[in-house]
Write a protein that binds this ligand. Structure first.
Ligand SMILES: Nc1ncnc2c1ncn2[C@@H]1O[C@H](COP(=O)(O)OP(=O)(O)OP(=O)(O)O)[C@@H](O)[C@H]1O
Ligand SMILES: [Mg+2]
Length: 370
């Protein structure tokens, strides 16, 4: 899969901008604050409908404008699809091949992206919600059903929490209603758990090898952390129901659901130790990189095609040796879009075959201007 071109209007510091990409390596370069990350972000938003670095859509709209618009052509399995997204201050419009798409899950599996950017270290350093968000986003791209199941689960979670809040307020609650909610809740919880677990198991087939290739270190792995005993003969749903029962009194006092996949975590382990507490900054960075590169392989397995790889400023943070190790994993068959402030940081062979895109102040610098 690859992005043939993109048109961006009133997005961040881009007023009216258009660029074509080649199916292999593309390098966006320029000084700080010129719009390199913004362009990568526009590509990400086109595929995922949301930014990778801002939760607030309004910041994506160019200052003093009322709406942003992005359009791109994506080549996938011998066909080109046109994706469009319009973002106003109050709503978002999604289109595929000029037809409006109402359901997000029908949209985001059309353009598969893997992004690596400096703040990705939060995946290891920050709280579990970052890692759950990561799993949710990646699984939504892999299976369009995942997002539907997740939405159902979140709706049930909200209903359950609303019900528990009634206890906190001392209002009348129908116990039968809570018990029915519990039945549905554990059913959806198990579906989420199963898809996430399968995803992590598959990643574990690739991640250790890639991590070793880049860092030279063995024994890196991922672990899906849940407080359900996965070795037990008792089924997932029964165990979760029992946990709900066990926590019920505390939940009724707090007004929130304390167990379920919305509390699970993804652990990064090096030699059995949590990388979060034991790993160096460089090791953490390489672990996230290995994870992202492993995902490319996963997408290939599932979708029989490669996703688009976006690398924001990754090379400046790695030493020479690690940079070269990483380059070996950048495959010309995978469309890769890289940003950098210094072309010199990149391998000359990589540059030779790449399409070079020079950005200044939200505009393309043509070759004659250099
Ligand atoms: N909504 C917006 N409207 C107009 N300009 C914006 C908006 N959001 C961000 N910008 C501008 O975009 C520029 C930053 O762009 P970007 O983050 O893409 O830089 P960059 O080229 O990646 O720089 P660096 O090398 O430092 O990472 C800043 O000048 C910022 O003021
Ligand atoms: Mg940047």
């Amino acid at each position: 899969m690859y992005l043939e071109n993109i048109y961006v209007s009133h997005f961040r510091n881009y007023n009216d901008f258009q660029i074509s990409f080649q199916p292999s390596i593309n390098i966006i370069y320029g000084n700080n604050a010129q719009g390199k990350t913004n362009l990568l972000e526009a590509i990400y938003v086109l595929g995922m409908t949301k930014s990778h670095r801002s939760f607030i859509d309004n910041t994506l709209i160019q200052k003093n404008e009322s709406a942003a618009y992005i359009k791109g052509n994506v080549f996938f399995q011998d066909q080109t699809e046109t994706l469009e997204i319009g973002i106003s201050k109050t709503k978002k419009l999604l289109k595929i091949n000029h037809n409006e798409i109402k359901k997000m899950s029908d949209y985001i599996s059309h353009m598969n992206l893997i992004i690596f950017y400096p703040e990705d270290l939060d995946l290891i350093k920050a709280g579990p919600s970052f890692r759950r968000r990561f799993m949710n986003l990646e699984l939504s791209q892999l299976y369009s059903t995942y997002l539907d199941v997740l939405n159902d689960y979140n709706k049930l979670l909200k209903m359950r929490n609303d019900c528990l809040k009634q206890y906190v307020k001392g209002e009348y609650v129908d116990e039968g209603y809570l018990s029915i909610l519990n039945q549905y809740f554990v059913m959806k919880a198990e579906l989420i758990y199963r898809m996430r677990k399968k995803f992590v198991d598959k990643l574990n087939q690739y991640v250790p090898v890639i991590f070793e290739d880049i860092s030279g270190l063995k024994s890196f792995s991922l672990n899906y952390h849940t407080n359900i005993d996965l070795e037990s003969d008792i089924s997932y749903q029964i165990q979760l129901l029992e946990k709900l029962k066990k926590h019920q009194e505390v939940e009724k006092r707090l007004g929130v659901t304390l167990v379920g996949p919305h509390k699970d975590d993804l652990e990064f382990l090096l030699d059995g130790n949590l990388l979060k507490s034991y790993g160096s900054q460089g090791q953490q960075r390489m672990a996230v990189l290995a994870l992202k590169l492993a995902e490319i392989k996963l997408f290939q397995d599932y979708k029989k095609d490669t996703p688009i790889l976006l690398l924001d400023d990754v090379f400046s943070e790695l030493d020479f040796h690690k940079r070269n190790n990483l380059l070996k994993h950048i495959n010309h068959n995978t469309q890769t879009i890289i940003t950098t402030t210094e072309l010199e940081l990149l391998d000359s062979k990589l540059i030779e075959n790449a399409s070079l895109i020079h950005i200044h102040d939200g505009k393309l610098v043509s070759k004659d201007e250099v």
